[in-house]
Design a protein around this ligand. Sequence first.
Ligand code: FAD
Length: 478
Amino acid sequence: MTANPAGSTSNLDGELARRLSGLVMGPEHPDFDEARRIYNGLMDQTPALIARPADEQDVSEVVRFATEHELELAVRCTGHHIQGFATCDGGIVLDLQDLNQIVVDGQRGTVRIGGGCVMGDVNDTTLAQGVITNGGTYDSVGVGGLFLGGGVNYLVRKYGYACDNILGARLVTADGSVIEVDADSEPELLWALRGAGHGFGVVTEIEARAHPAPPEILAGWLLYDIESAPEVLRFMRDYVVDLPDELFMDLWIFTIESEVYHLPAELDGKLALGITIVYLGDAEQGEREVAVLRERFPVIGDSLAATRYGDLRVRGNDTGGWNRRGLVNFWKSEYLPGLPDEVIDGILETAQGLNPGSDFYLLPIQGRMTEQPDGGAAYGGRTPGWMIQIEGIWPDHEDPGRDRIAWMQGEHERVIAPHGLGCGYQNATMYETPERMRNLFGEEAVARLNALKQRLDPDHVFHRNMQDLIWDSGGGAS
Ligand SMILES: Cc1cc2nc3c(=O)[nH]c(=O)nc-3n(C[C@H](O)[C@H](O)[C@H](O)COP(=O)(O)OP(=O)(O)OC[C@H]3O[C@@H](n4cnc5c(N)ncnc54)[C@H](O)[C@@H]3O)c2cc1C
């Protein structure tokens, strides 16, 4: 669809406001400039309108309004996707933040989550009722992107990606009508929402599995100096394969800020390797499981301790440090079937050139992540092995660091991609190609997804998302 030029939209905010109970902001609104901004400071776009629906009926109105006026539509949960789909130039941002209800059904073992919720609120509500859900590890990241596009938190090895845990949903489609999705009424759409779910409509509610919260867990990190990293990484590639599914681990190569990690000041500015460890069970048992990691290599930092799941907010929100909103971000992700020496040595060499704040993130793909859930899920990323991301973050909004982006993209292509599966984690990557996105889902899934797109959104109203790269009938407008 074609977008109206921004100049011709000046009276539209009043017209839309009369049709909604929720908030509508045009460029004259005092909060508009703040509200138009998203997480990645690289993506600096200005929509004509920002609409904050108060309920599902409002969502339908906004979608109808956008199509009536041929305005581009950007659906936003929190705007964390670094490709910047949650905004646009001259169109409408449909901001779901007021659809934030969370209802736990203890008997069914499920939780119904509004399409605009953030993980911190989901965790608070579920934990208060003795259960936990999949999703993401950061409080401020939204469930819309997480659940519909994958979703990795400490439960992923035991219960699969967040998308694997979707049991049902409510969806506003391109003509503004509402579909209730579950395994009986819409099995094919349920399958699609599990990991390829951003391109069929606005999901106003997700029903997800809730899991019992363990009374106690072992959690924290171990840090190693960069000289030990080659050996630790070589050890980890075999060690992670046979771990119990209760034991989550991820790794990152980063620059130490001694205050953040409560380490001696002389370590400030040094590169290091970190391992996050979360054992979802008895802490003493967890200690025994990971003892080898302390015994075999000298650690320079150790925060592992018995704790409660609710206290795991180690990575917090996006108001401080390198995760604060508005910094320039360039991320590139790759799935790999293994972790060969060339990749270990290559990323350690590349890491020497990373600025403080940037890092490499490594996630073992093991346990339930490698299995399809009951009823199946459209999402790929099931091959046992590793997910590796280069996560470039730097502060200068004025200079978006194009050279740095080109360098990081080049390092991804030189060091990681030749050993990869030709695709990455769609929630944490950018500047992808149709070929790589098709690789992620696989040709059979792509064909099924295309048939659904043709049924539900043949005019590509919902095109500001990663799946827009896989449509036979065009797309790629994002
Ligand atoms: C600081 C930070 C921490 C992160 N931590 C994690 C993590 O721990 N685990 C993890 O797996 N990922 C993590 N991510 C990546 C995260 O999964 C993606 O950024 C994800 O897209 C965020 O979802 P969102 O809804 O908040 O983002 P948005 O940018 O608002 O949305 C992302 C995409 O989803 C669509 N969308 C959003 N909501 C809906 C909806 N209700 N209906 C239909 N479409 C919708 C949007 O249109 C857009 O295409 C992190 C990212 C950042 C920046």
